[in-house]
Design a protein around this ligand. Structure first.
Ligand code: DGJ
Length: 730
């Protein structure tokens, strides 16, 4: 039993292998947050919440003579706006009387076996034995608005999920102005906030700073989770490192605009609130209607590395659903950086022929293959073959590529339309735009209004036709601009605040149908690289193109930041040309391979221009990748270097679950004179076992490799790299 109710003490306790979460129905009927942290096995933790009369923290009416009791100081399971808790809130409404106030009181709870699901939204899943669900119903007695708080407890995984459902059981309609997924109070301690910011071509850069008094906000208002901020944060004890210190991970399974807020209040207590961004958001609930928030995945553990392990496992086994989630991903060649829009049948077949000879398994035809698409000004929306470039048609091209022994994959960008397209000419009202206002363009394209069911249906039919008429084993689902001009011609004027979220629900609905109807197809997510790299998308696609920056050195940093929340199996990574197209940097092919093999390996360069020596190196890389892939994609991942040492060298390691095999990768970013040695302390090995390093033949104990480390000679030259295969000897 991972969820228990102590009737005498009014305590609800959720327990995982290494963590406990506790809440209490307090004496006035509010649902108080008591504790989340190390496992405390059945202990009533409410003794830590001492009350005293604190100036300027008022008391609810029922407690007007009980001045120690204040919503402003008590931990709250779901804080509301306007009724005496002045800290950041999870719920703000507009009632029929015009007030924005609400207070939520405990009504009942229910504990059920298995994990709840959320209609129309991604959510962690598990077998009946993997998880238990707690649903606590709270109600606003003044209006009849109910909040059902959902908790999913994955005991052995050390994960607790949260989501909320708001149901209007009152007589009048009510408008939600903010409906967060999670509110978490941490009453004591000094904390750092680690979040992942970025830009196009440099996503998910870790930034860590002490949580000061006041509010810190990390958010996206771009309609997508965005390149700029990621819906994943870690709050860790000051001084915490990869292996030590209390850490909380909060991951929102959502692909649209989001907000993560962290506040340290006047008494040093911290609160985290995360969910759909409330900027511009509103959602009207008529009588009997309900609204579900996206799910938040919470975990607690010792050290940043532990948080990553929990998130990786959650994503691999309880979020991704594709049949490919734990299977070999075909090594692919993508023609984008080889041809850009200048593709034709002969070039494509030439590249495919070279790819087949090298042992590559799939050809991916990127942007430019469809009607009117010669540059990025035209064509999006018209998903028919461009016969000028492919005179014999897409089907014939696929046949010839398959005859070479390759799978075939195709690029699409279904959510977008160019003004210069038949689709736009036929349906100008299908784009997001407000009346009497020209919509902003991004990469010369407009955003289709996926909040509309007719638009979703059209896109389903267009994509299903492509997949039915052609032998396609992979789809790259791209999205190349941020969303603005949020207004839907199909939505009444008073409900336009719903359009942003309805768009995301539309994308999810479309992906759910397509991935369900075409389960054999491997879908890869993409949004100008990693602009929509989030756990929501990973419910539908097992891998996402990590970044449009394919420079191996930049990728070391991007993949490093991404690794805090997301597993290697989710990161699309390609070997591209040298000099690199984004940075002009020259990089040895071996190092480009080491970096791309840390994700789902692909190649994206003109294979026809390679020397024989390079071709042999690629063949070797593919053989090695196939051997290492189970370890890389399903092993435990360790960061051996941190942000400070990255300017000199970066190292990371994978360890199999039984600790018998490990792979260490090192990339030197800057070789330094008179600094001949690099010492790496390995992690996660069996201290009592003897390991052999394949590349050197050395035999060293696990304890020695972890506590004394392994010392490498500094490598000279431009960005050298090395990989060490470490295995126990019998
Ligand atoms: C952005 C993607 O991230 C690239 O890989 C490529 O597919 C282009 N779009 C094509 O327009």
């Amino acid at each position: 039993m991972s969820i228990r109710y102590d009737d005498a003490r009014h305590l609800l306790t959720l327990e995982t292998l290494n963590s406990s979460y506790q809440m209490k129905i307090d004496r006035y009927g509010y649902l108080q947050h008591v504790y989340y942290g190390h496992r405390i096995s059945g202990q009533d933790m409410s003794y830590i919440c001492k009350e005293y009369d604190r100036g300027f923290s008022g008391n609810p009416y029922a407690a007007r003579n009980d001045r120690g009791f204040s919503l402003d100081t008590e931990g709250q399971e779901f804080s509301t706006f306007g009724t005496g808790d002045y800290r950041i809130h999870g719920l703000r409404v507009r009632n029929a009387d015009g007030s924005c106030l609400s207070s939520l009181f405990y009504e009942k709870h229910e504990i059920v076996k298995g994990k709840y699901s959320l209609p129309g939204l991604p959510a962690m899943y598990g077998a009946a034995d993997d998880a238990e669900t707690l649903v606590v119903t709270l109600s606003d007695r003044a209006t009849g608005l109910k909040a059902r708080l959902y908790y999913g407890v994955f005991e052995s995984l050390d994960v607790i999920t949260r989501a909320a459902e708001f149901v209007n059981e009152g007589a009048e309609s009510v408008c939600l102005l903010k409906a967060a997924s999670v509110c978490l109070d941490i009453p004591y301690g000094r904390w750092d906030l680690l979040h992942f910011h970025g830009r196009h071509c440099m996503e998910r850069q870790p930034e860590r700073a002490p949580l000061p008094h006041g509010i810190q906000v990390v958010s996206s208002e771009r309609g997508m989770s965005s390149h700029q901020h990621n819906p994943f944060i870690i709050v860790c004890e000051r001084g915490a490192d990869e292996s030590h210190g209390d850490c909380y991970g909060l991951m929102l399974m959502y692909s649209g605009s989001f907000k993560a807020e962290a506040e340290m209040d006047q008494f040093g207590s911290s609160r985290l609130v995360m969910g759909i961004s409330d900027t511009g958001f509103s959602w009207t609930l008529g009588r009997g209607e309900s609204f579900f928030t996206p799910e938040a995945v919470l975990c607690f553990g010792e050290g940043l590395g532990r948080i990553s392990h929990i998130c990786h496992e959650a994503i691999r086994r309880h979020i991704c659903r594709s049949r490919y989630r734990l299977e070999h991903r075909p090594v692919l060649i993508n023609n984008w950086e080889a041809t850009y829009f200048n593709l034709d049948e002969e070039t494509i077949l030439g590249l495919a022929g070279e790819a087949a000879a090298l042992g590559i398994e799939m050809f991916v035809l990127d942007d430019g293959w469809f009607r009117g698409r010669n540059d990025d000004h035209a064509g999006l929306g018209d998903w028919y073959t461009n016969h000028e470039k492919l005179p014999h048609g897409l089907g014939a091209l696929i046949k010839r590529i398959k005859a070479l022994g390759l799978m075939f994959g195709l690029w699409v960008e279904p959510e977008m339309v160019n003004e210069e397209s038949d689709l736009f000419r036929e349906h100008p009202d299908w784009v997001l735009r407000a009346p009497a206002r020209e919509p902003a363009a991004g990469r010369s394209q407009f955003v289709l209004d996926l909040s509309r069911e007719d638009v979703q249906e059209h896109l389903y039919q267009a994509m299903a036709r492509l997949l039915k008429e052609n032998d396609i084993g992979y789809i790259k689902w791209d999205m190349n601009r941020c969303i603005c001009d949020l207004y839907s011609a199909a939505c009444e004027s008073g409900r336009q605040g719903e359009v942003g979220h309805r768009y995301v629900l539309g994308v999810y609905r479309l992906l759910e149908r397509l991935t369900g109807d075409f389960p054999e197809v491997l879908f890869e997510g993409c949004a100008g690289g990693g602009g929509r790299f989030d756990a929501g998308m990973l419910y539908y696609v097992p891998q996402i193109w990590c970044s449009d920056d394919t420079d191996a050195l930049e990728r070391v940093e991007i993949q490093y930041g991404t690794s805090f929340g997301y597993p290697a199996s989710s990161m699309g990574a390609h070997v591209s040309a040298s000099p690199n197209h984004q940075t002009g940097r020259h990089m040895p092919l071996s190092t480009r391979g080491v970096v791309a093999m840390a994700g789902t390996l692909g190649y994206e360069l003109d294979l026809r221009k390679l020397s024989d020596e390079d071709k042999e190196e690629i063949k070797r890389q593919i053989r090695q990748y196939r051997e290492d892939e189970p370890l890389v994609h399903d092993g435990l991942y360790y960061r051996l270097t941190d942000m400070e040492t990255l300017p000199s060298h970066a190292a990371w390691q994978y360890v199999s679950r039984d600790k018998s095999t490990s792979l260490v990768s090192v990339v030197v970013a800057r070789t330094r004179a008179n600094e001949p040695l690099i010492n790496l302390r390995l992690k996660g090995l069996d201290p009592g076992a003897i390991y052999e390093i394949r590349e050197t033949g050395e035999k060293i104990s696990g304890a020695a490799l972890m506590y004394g480390g392994y010392t490498l000679w500094q490598m000279h030259g431009d960005f050298p790299s090395v990989q060490l295969h470490v295995r126990t000897i019998d």
